[in-house]
Design a binder for this molecule. Structure first.
Ligand code: GRF
Length: 187
């Protein structure tokens, strides 16, 4: 059955594009019904519209995070989204939103969780001197970057890696495993 997705994105939206590419190629039986952003200028919005996806920015006020989440939740429900895909959404969700969509929110994190939670995981991996890192698709729970893991991919860390080179190697795997994880939801 076609998986009905809603996407939250704050930035360039390359993970969103990777998912949409597989949908259009017919290798992922899903449809993005709505893309929402907390940033009017997010490139993801323009890209989504080019693909005929309903894409909207909603005002985000740090002093009232729930206001964004109530509006986003209502729009996602009205669009009939079963699953919420966080694709570079740079805001911490409050318990309100996580409860409202309990067990139906996916995130991708550029480390092999439970290692290197939080900000700058690629930098954390380099600083720790690990030989391998990667990315993780997981369900979102109230604990940051700690929900049940759906899939992971491993990449080597090279001695001459910078944060940029390691991030690029991990990102290529993100684009492969995020669609793969969504495929699992429909199976
Ligand atoms: C990705 O590295 C993702 O793992 C992290 O934020 C980045 C978003 O990139 N959560 P993009 O907007 O999907 O290109």
């Amino acid at each position: 059955m076609t998986v009905r997705l809603g996407v939250l994105a704050s930035g360039r939206g390359s993970n969103f594009q990777a998912i949409q590419r597989e949908i259009e190629a017919g290798t992922l039986d899903a449809r993005i019904h709505l893309l929402l952003s907390d940033r009017q200028q997010a490139p993801a919005l323009a890209i989504a519209r080019e693909h005929g996806i309903d894409a909207r920015a909603l005002p985000y006020d740090k002093t009232d995070r729930e206001a964004f989440e109530r509006a986003a939740g209502d729009a996602l429900d009205a669009a009939g989204c079963q699953w919420i895909v966080l694709a570079g959404f740079m805001r911490i969700l409050t318990p309100y939103f996580i409860d409202r969509f309990a067990g139906r929110i996916l995130n991708i994190h550029p480390s092999l969780l439970p290692a290197f939670k939080g900000l700058h995981p690629q930098r954390q991996a380099l600083e720790a001197g690990v030989k391998f890192s990667g990315c993780t698709v997981h369900l979102v729970t109230q604990d940051l970057d700690a929900g049940p893991i759906l899939t992971q991919a491993v990449v080597p860390v090279h001695p001459d890696d910078t944060e940029a080179t390691l991030s690029a190697r991990i990102l290529a795997e993100e684009h492969r495993i995020y669609p793969e994880a969504i495929r699992l939801l429909g199976s």
